[in-house]
Write a new protein. Structure first.
Length: 132
């Protein structure tokens, strides 16, 4: 259930950040490259919880979201998503995305722990692909 909520919350955050119009007009297509989460406790079925999602940072190519799941004042899981904007079969650089949505680009490097979190994905993918 966590990955579904992470995907929906990323869409909600992008909508609040002015991505809706460029997405609906076909100028941008959001793509998720990777999602990871660490679950310490399952969410109780049919009970309420709080999901805090934020932009953890970005680099020239990727946006990084952080997701924190809280229930009964306890953190149940922490997740992260690596996303990009796609148009005409290529990834749009982050500064160009900011220009498209009408924001001034300002650097916000993602935390080191978050980058390391996704570097492992690349290494695993390369090892598997090489063995095929």
């Amino acid at each position: 259930q966590y990955p579904v909520y992470m995907g929906l919350s990323s869409w909600a955050l992008c909508t609040r950040a002015n991505f809706a119009k460029p997405i609906l007009s076909g100028k941008l297509t959001p793509v998720a490259a990777s999602q990871k989460y660490v679950c310490r406790k399952s969410l109780k079925l049919w009970s309420s919880f709080i999901l805090k999602v934020s932009f953890a940072g970005w680099d020239d190519k990727w946006f990084y979201h952080q997701h924190i799941f809280v229930q009964n004042n306890e953190i149940c899981a922490i997740g992260s998503s690596k996303l990009a904007a796609w148009h005409k079969k290529k990834i749009i650089p982050v500064p160009a995305v900011f220009d498209t949505i009408g924001y001034e680009y300002k650097e916000k490097p993602p935390p080191e722990w978050l980058l390391n979190h996704f570097i492992e994905d690349s290494h695993s993918y390369n090892k598997i692909a090489a063995s095929l």
